[in-house]
Design a protein. Structure first.
Ligand SMILES: [Zn+2]
Length: 374
């Protein structure tokens, strides 16, 4: 009789043993209320380690072990010979219940909202084929010429670069301008626009992206705040007049292999000094923020009438905190938050909806649930 109880704690075959026992183990394994989140965590991180479960869910070793063991036969396999846990083949790309629940909840929130702020960072552009500048390696993959001279994003995107090596600085921005002009905003932009149009007070965009893709996707200019400016506008490096002008006539000729601007560099039509993109760079004391401030004023007026809009934050990482800080202020004012972030979602957060998905995948997922609501 003592023997049969001993078997229950034999962890080399935990799930089949537990299933075979008639005595249930309260709040252990699959009955544990944390099981869905633990399961989600393992799937997203691709990591069946006990330590990750303990740290992320803030639980003890025993509970984490029970949770992980309960995933055997669900989403995990255990390789007896190598003594290794791995994600089961069947679980690699199967539908995930918790994600579907969150997408459905997000669809409900959007349907019920009177107004919405779209707070977007770099992750929003990735699905339109724009490069990911996260980390030196990501940046240098997109700009091999800058990798050869070990020029980091922070070094080339700076007023100092326009002073010291203007042809390279313009080579970089000229290439980006061409890329942003050529790229088509992904389907997620159109979905957000359509959702906003159905809301009583509509929506407003708060974005740190300088690509101009919300305008391109049909959002009205008067409903967009570009907190870091726009690559489609220029200013004088000497700031002679405070003018900001449109780049419509600018036709970049760039030697991409060398990341060098070819021919005459863009100049200020008033004083002839070097022109530069009207975007906020690193260590930038010369950015002309007049246009951005006007947009901000429009946002403030809109916020007064919209009161507590739903906030949908997309692809805004902690590394560039402007968008996240705005989101936090909106939460303090009582706004609900839907956060979409492939790398930095807090997926076990209870109050808001946080989705560790790419922008397009999340928005299309929400749209599917909206269609089901109608
Ligand atoms: Zn000038």
């Amino acid at each position: 009789m003592a023997q049969s109880f001993g078997l229950r704690h034999n962890l080399s075959h935990p799930w089949p043993m537990m299933a075979a026992m008639n005595t249930p183990t309260p709040s252990a394994g699959r009955d544990d209320p944390l099981y869905p989140r633990a399961r989600q965590l393992v799937l997203f991180r691709r990591d069946p380690g006990i330590a990750t479960l303990q740290r992320t869910l803030r639980i003890g070793h025993q509970r984490a072990t029970q949770l992980r063991d309960a995933m055997l036969g669900d989403i995990l396999d255990h390789d007896e010979q190598e003594q290794r846990w791995r994600i089961a083949d069947a679980a690699q790309d199967g539908p995930d219940l918790l994600v579907q629940n969150k997408l459905a909840k997000a669809a409900h929130w959007i349907s019920a909202a009177q107004s919405m702020v779209i707070a977007a960072g770099a992750g929003m552009g990735i699905d339109s084929g724009l490069p990911d500048y996260r980390g030196d390696e990501g940046f240098w993959r997109a700009y091999p010429a800058l990798a050869r001279s070990r020029l980091r994003f922070e070094s080339i995107a700076s007023p100092q670069a326009f002073q010291e090596r203007p042809a390279t600085a313009w080579g970089f921005y000229g290439q980006r301008l061409q890329l942003y002009r050529a790229a088509t905003p992904h389907a997620g932009f159109g979905l957000l626009h359509a959702w906003g149009q159905r809301m009583q007070q509509g929506c407003f965009v708060f974005t740190s992206n300088v690509d101009g893709h919300f305008q391109k996707a049909g959002f009205p200019a008067a409903r967009i705040y570009e907190c870091h400016g726009s690559i489609h506008r220029l200013q004088c490096t000497a700031n002679c007049s405070g003018d900001i002008w449109f780049t419509a006539d600018l036709r970049p000729q760039v030697d991409e292999a060398a990341c060098e601007w070819l021919g005459e560099l863009p100049a200020c039509p008033r004083c002839g000094a070097l022109a530069r993109p009207n975007v906020l760079m690193f260590d930038d004391w010369h950015w002309n923020h007049a246009r951005s401030q006007q947009q901000r004023a429009l946002l403030d007026v809109w916020l007064d009438s919209a009161q507590t809009p739903l906030v949908i934050e997309i692809g805004a990482g902690r590394a560039s905190p402007t968008v996240r800080n705005f989101t936090r202020r909106m939460q303090q004012r009582g706004s609900r938050l839907i956060r979409v972030n492939l790398h930095e979602a807090n997926i076990h957060n209870l109050g808001d909806i946080e989705l560790a998905l790419g922008a397009r995948e999340a928005l299309e997922g929400i749209q599917q649930h909206r269609a089901a609501l109608v």
